[in-house]
Design a protein around this ligand. Structure first.
Ligand code: NAD
Ligand code: UDP
Ligand code: UDP
Length: 343
């Protein structure tokens, strides 16, 4: 098959929006691994909306069919229950490789499985890209910078990562996935893209995945105290999910391999985040301090100059604007009724 007649490469058309005269545009076939998860399902929504055919490959470890149910019955949508640690044969033009648990609670639950997903899963998807000549995008993470000694983090920074810590299955796993991606690119000519994603939040996050935004929002809604780990002075930068999806698509369609930091440079301490959640949900919400987890990075903030310059991308939704959008989704999932009905 060819994405476009006459062997024309579809992605170039997608990037410029122009189809040369005489060439009929066909839509792309795209696989999204981890597409039943938080980020993946939002990405699938965008790809389906622009007319592409999407195959989701997911083992439902942290993903949910509910995130994709609105596409069931659409002939352009397929959902395959499959573990990326096992090989799979598909015919596609692009591969968005997201499959991997992302929350510390989930990725520490079975660390050997996490590193196998990152290494063997990524190898299989690169093997697939090689066999069918597809373009491959890896969703790596800001965790490749570890507990960074450089602030904010630029893509050229090599990171400060503990190779034998409790987070290593994830951050060293993603570092190896980046290495594999670059080696397939350099030695076999596979077209690849690497995104380093910083903390992202939004509707459809797992309610009890232990990440800080989902924890604080769920706790404040349930009138439980918000659990601040350590002294709460550690920082993170929180990106709204639609900004990330826009960045991923621009990266896939663009001409640059990366890696690219995709994150919102607005930096907040966990105590400041708790204040924003109080503003959005309940000014009287309480805070409770808990001991911090091992190897917790002290600060994290992306330098996004490279993505701005080469992808023309930057986030548009601030934490104060994005948080309420997530709160209404959580409210509905926790209480089952929209806000106006529960008072
Ligand atoms: P998520 O847990 O909601 O989604 C991950 C999806 O991958 C789930 O649907 C899960 O069932 C699936 N999956 C896990 N292991 C699999 C396997 N072996 N085979 C098939 N499917 C598997 O997490 P997310 O937040 O949507 O993250 C998506 C990607 O983005 C991940 O690769 C993650 O590392 C990366 N990322 C996310 C963030 C963030 O803040 N959300 C930050 C940095 C990087
Ligand atoms: N692979 C896959 N689907 C494909 C092609 C390959 O899952 O369509 C897997 C394959 O089983 C192997 C991995 O991807 O484990 C790497 O494939 P590659 O061809 O690069 O390496 P090789 O099989 O030669 O070791
Ligand atoms: N954190 C917190 N309370 C919680 C959950 C997390 O204070 O209920 C802190 C955690 O110690 C870390 C930050 O919030 O410093 C972000 O944690 P998360 O698990 O969301 O993501 P990470 O960036 O560590 O992968």
């Amino acid at each position: 098959y060819e994405a476009y007649t006459e062997g024309f490469r579809g992605r170039n058309v997608a990037a410029t929006g122009k189809v040369p005269l005489g060439l009929k545009k066909k839509n792309l076939r795209i696989v999204v691994t981890g597409g039943a998860g938080f980020v993946g399902s939002h990405l699938v929504d965008r790809l389906i909306a622009r007319g592409d055919s999407v195959i989701v490959v997911d083992n439902f470890f942290t993903g949910r069919k509910e995130n994709l149910m609105h596409h069931f019955g659409n002939p352009k949508f397929e959902l395959i229950r499959h573990d990326v640690v096992e090989p799979i044969l598909l015919e596609v033009d692009q591969i968005y490789h997201l499959a991997c648990p992302a929350s510390p609670v989930h990725y520490k639950f079975n660390p050997v499985k996490t590193i196998k997903t990152n290494v063997v899963g990524t190898l299989n998807m690169l093997g697939l890209a090689k066999r069918v000549g597809a373009r491959f995008l890896l969703t790596s993470t800001s965790e490749v910078y570890g507990d960074p000694l450089q602030h904010p983090q630029v893509e050229t920074y090599w990171g400060n990562v503990n190779p034998i810590g409790v987070r290593s299955c994830y951050d060293e796993g993603k570092r190896t996935a980046e290495t594999l991606t670059m080696d397939y690119h350099r030695s076999l000519g596979i077209e690849v893209r690497i995104a380093r994603i910083f903390n992202t939040y939004g509707p459809r996050m797992c309610i009890d995945d232990g990440r800080v935004v989902s924890n604080f929002v769920a706790q404040a809604l349930r009138k439980e105290p918000m659990t601040v780990y350590g002294d709460g002075k550690q920082t993170r930068s929180f990106q709204y999910v639609s900004d990330l999806v826009e960045g991923l698509i621009r990266l896939m369609e663009g001409d640059h391999v990366g890696p690219f930091n995709l994150g919102n440079p607005g930096e907040f301490t966990m105590l400041e985040l708790a204040e924003v959640v109080q503003e959005a949900i309940d000014p009287n919400a309480k805070i409770e301090f808990r001991p911090n987890t091992e190897d917790d990075p002290h600060k994290r903030k992306p330098d996004i100059s490279k993505a701005k310059q080469l992808l023309g991308w930057e986030p548009t939704i601030s934490l104060r604007k994005g948080l309420p959008l997530m709160v209404s989704d959580f409210r509905q999932r926790i209480f089952g009724t929209p806000k106006t009905l529960i008072g």
